[in-house]
Design a protein around this ligand. Structure first.
Ligand code: ADP
Ligand code: NI
Length: 219
């Protein structure tokens, strides 16, 4: 069947550059599912939402030797081969060039199309909550980073300048993951992010309590 979203998904599963944990095919399936839920609540165009979600991590520059343009080119070639029209190709490749946490500086995302907003929210949501916690520790472990580089952790509300400069997975929560909830671009995305943020915060509060047990020792 030509023009099929499922055909794009099959091809992507076989061709994406997976890191085997944080950016694997199951991340794509979760973002695709989340994008469907958010997209239908927001009244976004379904095919574009699905294609952006399925193709959004086709080739991450962090995993492909630094080529920031590769994913968009691969997507354009694929959509051309499958007979998608120019406007769809432009929209999907444009999303692949514009989206992602590291590209956000200097962008006015409030002017983005509904479809781009939906998929960006879905991708951010998969970085928070229980799965987000698992992905972060997997990623930190892959990089051989410490769980936490402080002997004693302050309460989250006092983290601001305490651990931001340190390289550890706990520092990554402070630097990035705790701020994603406030970067949601859609109403439906914000509602889901709110629940996941609360889950992640609960985990961190318990982590802090267990980590700080050292301070009950009399040494
Ligand atoms: P994006 O694709 O939006 O740019 P990233 O590629 O930076 O996002 O992150 C992908 C996943 O890896 C997320 O779950 C994120 O939390 C995790 N991650 C990225 N950098 C780190 C890090 N330094 N420590 C722990 N987890 C990280
Ligand atoms: Ni992603």
């Amino acid at each position: 069947m030509r023009n099929s979203v499922l055909e794009v998904a099959r091809w992507s599963e076989q061709n994406m550059v997976s890191d085997g944990g944080a950016h694997d095919w199951f991340h794509i399936e979760r973002v695709w599912g989340l994008a469907n839920v958010i997209g239908s609540a927001e009244g976004a165009e379904t095919t574009q939402v699905q294609l952006c979600a399925i193709l959004h991590d086709l080739s991450d520059y962090k995993l492909n030797g630094g080529d920031d343009e590769k994913a968009a080119q691969m997507a354009e070639d694929l959509l051309t081969r499958l007979g998608f029209g120019d406007s769809m190709k432009t929209a999907v490749a444009g999303f692949l060039r514009a989206s992602g946490y590291s590209r956000r500086a200097g962008q006015d995302r409030s002017s983005w199309s509904k479809e781009w907003k939906v998929v960006q929210d879905a991708d951010y949501i998969d970085a928070i909550g229980a799965v987000g916690v698992a992905r972060a520790f997997w990623f930190g472990g892959m990089r051989r980073e410490a769980l936490c580089s402080e002997r004693q952790l302050l309460p989250i509300s006092e983290w601001a300048h305490e651990i931001g400069g340190q390289k550890s997975t706990i520092a990554h929560f402070q630097k990035k993951l705790l701020s994603l909830r406030d970067m949601m671009l859609t109403k439906a995305g914000r509602q889901i992010a709110e629940r996941r943020h609360a889950r992640m915060t609960r985990f961190l509060e318990e982590f802090i309590e267990e980590w700080n047990v050292f301070h009950t020792l009399e040494v």
